[in-house]
Design a binder for this molecule. Structure first.
Ligand code: IVH
Length: 680
């Protein structure tokens, strides 16, 4: 069938738009259209291609998943071998590396390109004349597995370069396939919901997802590719003479490269970078296991060459491992503030991430079952940042014949009350309520914690004594503590007792948000407490609110609303609140600070459409501000649209706005408009 010229153009335009959106969404992490809009464009292209199959080209975004599952992967010989890196663990090794480089090059003050060491799976992507032809795993460094079909499903991998690759006919891009932490959490949540085995860590999940014979499975797992180098670059002169420039070049070809890459000088620069990344490691969206240093000058890299499969010009400086294997000696059960019984693994002490770990959480009964944990097993323990260490998996090969099952107790190990597991809940809970000393202690510790009433010096040892001696039963009793009583306790010097009394007194002057949070209402965390305080302005209003009223508060759904109602309908809780106020706990009683919607002015009742990425505000922020000023944000441009807000890389909505003669504003002009309308 002869394809009309305008259809070619239409398909081409759709592809370019879809690719641009993919790039903004997956590579830049700044989506510029709504999902529904994207899906619509994708569907249009699919329908067009269905109608005119000749339109289909391998680089079309519709062709990322296709074909039947493979029987096995074929082998690919890497054009340039994929070397590994020499490792360093200590600063002294970094200093020797820099010294060796200086000696090798006979210069000092070497410039290094430095970047995070991604903890994923190394792959090599071969592009011929600007088109992705093969993608392979590292394998033994010389030969890897052909995983092209799977790699094509990864949206951060360009299937082709926008205008071919000026000059180069052959380009091998090296990098790492990872699973972002957020995608890993989502995947494991999904596995849990389906009662399937969870993945141990993002690297295992990435490897398991990439080495799938059925590309449809890979496509269903969100993977990300980060480029960190180039293998062969043939057919034209290399457009750069520094590694850092090569990374910029790859970024311009729409590859994702580490945002945290830098250029530093000498061993001191390397060490400073190591520490810098060490402090932000937890906040990175992906797992890393160290940093990589590379001599920046490509000619100098060449001069240094390699030894035994590792280049002399590069070094991996590793962070302490976040996982370790150790023996599970036993399982204790702890009782939390809400009565939840948490099984805690007692471990043979082991060093994880530079800290000795002796206990790790096993979360709940289902988790133990899913991970098939038995006492006596060797288990993998993971500790990341501030997170409580957890048992992530069992080393099955090492299970001893003496391993035994753990049985969740049916009575609270602290107060002896019945422990029950309600349908639909993962936790088994002690039914003792605040009569259970464990729950009481936790509730009190929560009440005095920094973000709640902030009573410094009332730590767990002291709370334990106060509860065990029945001196403190409810939070209100804390305000009865005095010097005489406190200094009569074990290990309580006069000075500390004095400090505690002062801290108690000081805590009386608080805020409504802190007070609500301190009450420890189930499902009411710090943010919700703030929202409630902001919305109701005073406690009486909150205490008497019904579900409908509570659900007016941002982010409060039926479950949280019910928790709040349950809490305040307990006579006991009302009494404690009454007593607390009687002892002098107070806050600024405000009028309701309910967010008001009607402001009038030039924004009120106007309809806005957003397109493109704005320089400083996110979509959510803009939407919120417009709505606060009484305006409305919609998804598509029509005659009813009053304003189109356009940022970088606007889509078809921009064209439509011009076509319909609608006023187009940039961010600055929008902000001006909002201000003129008297918006907050
Ligand atoms: S450069 C010639 N840069 O680490 C050296 N490797 O231990 C090529 N890796 O298998 C590697 N992040 O997959 C380099 N920013 C980075 C890296 C990185 C992770 C992996 C790589 C390799 C392993 C070597």
């Amino acid at each position: 069938m002869e394809i009309p010229e305008n259809i070619w153009q239409q398909a081409q335009k759709l592809r370019e738009t879809i690719e641009r959106h993919n790039y903004y969404y997956y590579v830049l992490d700044e989506p510029i259209v709504l999902d529904a809009e994207f899906d619509q464009l994708f569907l249009e292209l699919q329908q067009l291609e269905q109608h005119y199959p000749e339109l289909i080209t391998p680089e079309s975004p519709t062709q990322r998943v296709g074909g039947a599952p493979l029987k096995e992967f074929s082998q690919v010989v890497h054009r340039t071998p994929m070397l590994s890196l020499s490792n360093a663990f200590e600063g002294a090794e970094v200093v020797s590396f820099d010294r060796r480089v200086c000696q090798g090059l006979e210069v000092g003050g070497i410039e290094y390109a430095v970047e995070p060491k991604f903890d994923g799976l190394a792959v090599s992507l071969c592009y011929e004349n600007g088109l992705l032809v093969t993608g392979a795993t590292r394998g033994d460094g010389f030969t890897g597995e052909d995983v092209t079909l799977n790699l094509r499903t990864i949206k951060s991998i360009p299937l082709h370069f926008p205008d071919g690759l000026k000059g180069a006919t052959s380009l091998e891009v090296r990098g790492e396939v990872v699973m972002l932490k957020a995608d890993f959490e989502r995947l494991n949540q999904c596995q849990r919901d389906r009662g399937e085995k969870e993945f141990m860590n993002p690297r295992n999940a990435a490897a398991g997802s990439l080495r799938q014979l059925d590309p449809a499975i890979t496509a269903s797992r969100r993977l990300t590719f980060f480029a960190y180098g180039v293998g062969t670059y043939a057919g034209s002169d290399v457009p750069c003479n520094k590694h850092s420039q090569m990374m910029d070049h790859l970024a311009s070809l729409h590859f994702m490269v580490a945002k945290e890459r830098r250029v530093v000088s000498g061993a001191a620069g390397l060490m400073a970078y190591y520490h810098e990344i060490g402090t932000i490691r937890e906040r990175l969206p992906y797992d890393i296991d160290g940093v990589v240093y590379k001599v920046n000058d490509l000619a100098e890299q060449e001069r240094l060459g390699s030894v035994s499969r590792a280049p002399r010009f590069a070094l991996a400086h590793k962070f302490p491992a976040q996982e370790a294997v150790t023996e599970l000696l036993g399982i204790n059960v702890q009782v939390g503030r809400t009565g939840a019984l948490t099984p805690v693994a007692r471990l043979e002490p082991v060093l994880v991430g530079g800290v000795t770990v002796t206990n790790a959480t096993l979360h709940n009964e289902d988790e133990i079952g899913r991970k098939d944990v038995m006492i006596g097993d060797h288990v993998v323990v993971r500790r990341a940042g501030d997170v409580i260490p957890e048992v992530v998996a069992v080393v099955m090969q090492r299970r001893p014949s003496t391993a035994r099952n753990f049985i969740m107790p049916d009575h609270c190990p602290v107060c002896g009350a019945r422990a029950v597991r309600l349908p639909g809940e993962a936790a088994t809970r002690c039914t003792g309520g605040l009569f259970c000393p464990a729950q009481r202690k936790q509730a009190l510790l929560h009440f005095v914690s920094r973000r709640a009433m902030d009573i410094e010096g009332l730590g767990d040892k002291l709370v334990e004594q106060l509860v065990d001696h029945a001196i403190v039963k409810t939070p209100a009793d804390i305000y009865k503590l005095d010097m005489t009583l406190l200094s009569s306790l074990d290990r309580m010097a006069k000075k500390s007792a004095d400090n505690v009394v002062k801290a108690i007194e000081k805590s009386k002057d608080t805020t409504l948000a802190r007070f609500i949070y301190a009450l420890g209402i189930r499902n009411v965390g710090e943010t919700t407490a703030k929202e409630l305080a902001y919305y109701f302005g005073n406690l009486e209003q909150l205490m008497t609110a019904d579900e409908e009223h509570l659900r007016q508060v941002p982010d409060i759904g039926p479950v949280v609303a019910q928790s709040i109602i349950n809490f305040f309908s307990e006579m006991h809780n009302r009494e404690v609140i009454e007593k607390l106020r009687a002892t002098g706990v107070h806050w600024q009683e405000g009028v309701s600070t309910k967010r008001t919607k009607t402001i009038g002015g030039r924004v009120s009742d106007k309809t806005f459409v957003l397109t493109g990425a704005l320089p400083s505000l996110s979509r959510e922020e803009i939407k919120e501000r417009i709505e606060l000023a009484g305006g409305k944000v919609t998804g598509s441009v029509s005659k009813k649209t009053d304003y189109v807000i356009a940022g970088d890389g606007p889509g078809s909505k921009y064209d439509k706005a011009i076509e319909l003669g609608i006023t187009i504003l940039d961010e600055a002009r929008l902000l001006q408009l909002l201000q003129d309308s008297g918006a907050p």
